[in-house]
Structure formats: C-alpha cells, structure tokens
Design a protein around this ligand. Sequence first.
Ligand SMILES: *Cc1c(COP(=O)(O)O)cnc(C)c1O
Length: 403
Amino acid sequence: MSSFDEELRLDLQARRVQNRYRQRYNMSTPQAVNVTVDQRAYLAFCNNDYLGLANHPASIVSMQQVAAQYGVGSGASHLVYGHSKIHHRLEKALAAFTDRERALLFSTGYMANLGVISALTGRGDTIYEDRLNHASLIDAGLLSQASVKRYRHNDLHQLESLLSADQAKRKLVVVDGVFSMDGDLAPLPELSALCSKYQAQLMVDDAHGFGVLGKQGGGCAEHFKLTVEQLPILVGTLGKSFGSFGAFVAGSDALIETLIQVARTYIYTTALPPAVAAATSTTLTLLQEESWRRDKLNDVIRYFRQGAKKLGLPLIPLLPSQPMTPIQPILLGDDALVMSVAATLREQSILVGAIRPPTVPEGTARLRITLNVHHDQSDIDKLLDALANAIPATYLKSSMGET
Ligand SMILES: *Cc1c(COP(=O)(O)O)cnc(C)c1O
C-alpha cells in the first residue's frame, strides 16, 4: 500500500470506530415500499418518493418516447444549444404550478442552491441560515464569500436581533421549507414579515414540501399562500415527491434572467437529458391532479404518529398548527444505538435511514423514517412492532399527556 493509501485507511478506520462509517447497498428493484437489496426483500421506510411517482408507468412512457426522439444526453449546456423544447415546456409548467413569472431548471438541487446563493450574494452581503438547513445551503453560503450568520432552529427572535444589527448591502434569509432531517416546517409567514421589515430577501428550499403540502402539491408556498413578493426565491427539487431528477428555481423574470447570466452551476454544466425533463412534466401533472395521493399519504402519516405516540417513541414534537409531513424521525441521540437499531430492523427485513452527525448536530442521531402513499396499515404495524422491540425501554417516553 502507498503511504497515501495508508493515511486514508487510518482515517477510514477511525470513522468505523466512531460509528461514522457510511455504506452503500445494491438495489435491484425500482424505488418502492417493497424493494430488493443485495438479493433480499425489504419493507422500505427510507426513500423520498413520498407520492410513489418514481416508477409511474406514464412517466416511464414519456421518458422512453422522448429518448427515442431526442436521444439520451442533452450534449451541451443550456446556454450553448443544450436547451430543448422539452426543457422549455417543463419550465413553463413549473412557473404556472408555482404561480411565478418564470422557472429555471437546474441539474440537481445541490447545484441550484449553490448557483442561486452565490449568484445573488458576495462580499459585503449577509446570508442568514437556520442551523438545521440542508448541507447544500450551508455549502452555498461558504462559496458565496458573503458573511454567513446561522441562527438557532426556527428562532425568530435570534434572527431578528441579527437582522436589526446588520448594515450589509444585501441580506438574504435562507431556510428549508420542510427541514429534511426533522420534518418540521419553517415559520414562513413570520420569516417573510421579518424580511420585509429589515429589507431582506427570503429564499426557501422546499425540496420536501412540494408534492405533499398544499391542495395541489404546491408545497409551503401554496400551504401558506405566499406570493412572489412575500417569497421571492423559491427552490424545488425534482428527485423527491416528483419522483424524477433535477431541480428548479421559481420567481420573477428579473430573478430568472439574473440566474441565467451569472449562476455558475447553471452556466457551466450539461443540461439535464430531455427525456428526464419529459418524465418530470408527466409526474408534475400527476402530482397536481391526483390529490388522492396526498390524502392517502396523510392517512398513513397520521396512523404512524398515533401508533408511535402510543408506544412512547421519541418523535420530533410538532406545533398543533403545523401540518404533518412524511419525514418522521425517531430521535435517539446516540450514534451507536442508531446503528444497532437500524441493523436489528434490517435483520427483520425493514429499512430505515440511520442518520448521524455531521448530517445532523452532535448528540441528535436518529432513525429517519419516511412514509409513502403505498404503505398500508399492516406495513406500519410491522414497523412499529419492530421499533418497540429494538429500542431500549429507557428511550421510550411515557405515553401520557403528549399530543
Ligand atoms: C435533497 C435535498 C437537496 C438536494 O437536491 P438534489 O436534487 O438531490 O441534489 C437540497 N435541499 C434539500 C432540503 C434536500 O432535501
């Protein structure tokens, strides 16, 4: 072994010892409630395809048809003749869906966040970020060279005291709409009011709200009825409820034109394959029109939360006014325990996400359970039984009183 490899091996070994080693498994089925992983069948509670659209026959047909017509790769960046009619049609549909003047496709949500934040801010500006924001928003702040201020999760008082003391040229407040590892919402109407009070701009990454919140699946913006004036920069990803791949930013014509001119992760990258955009156009229609998917998903979430509370599982508490989301973590705190509970569930053919630092703050390791429109009550019962058996009694709360 070279000395470089030896150095790497030592670091890897240290990760294992700290229960921070990450591992991949090989799936041989589409994303679904029942999956096969490494030749074994599992009941899955770990994907973000909440509405069950990742393997929908209609979007598969759209993808096949457009691949036959346009080929597999887009072959170029959007600005140098890689932007097709198929991309354009999807952007128009996303603008109408979000009730914004325009929408712009990005290749991934990670790239959308890097591109938007670094295009809109620089030296002399300040970015305000919730401590629990997604890693891509945090990384974007670093890349922008603006000053970054992180405030305690959903702490409007701390945010206001930071905003009121700041003389920055431009102020940008950035949050997850639905926090990806907690499943709770940002208080967007209050954040929007603070932004207008202190001449700041609000940017929301609603990766997990689109599809599941709002009557038509319009996410947090629809749920809270936020106009483009109240929420000028709206990011959505297409790999979660949309069941496809990619991301978009929706906003005013001036915002989108600015991003086309200066967002480096838009300019210097290959456009999505048109066939992927075509599949997304189809899932967008399904996501909007088939509201039964949201109704059914909400039933599944409610059934899980009721059972979990009965068992005293440590759920993330929700304010009564907050809608439930499909992200329902079980907060255990201890990395080793999270790993061992996830392994015990795996032995019983159940998959849940085992989430440790640095994805979540130190001391807040958790099982990230995600629910799906296609789970039925017997699936949830199996999960609850397995959790009740695998989690030590000292981690269970008395089931009295809590709602
Ligand atoms: C998944 C996710 C992203 C990244 O989106 P990709 O398209 O997967 O790169 C960004 N923000 C949040 C909140 C996410 O959950």
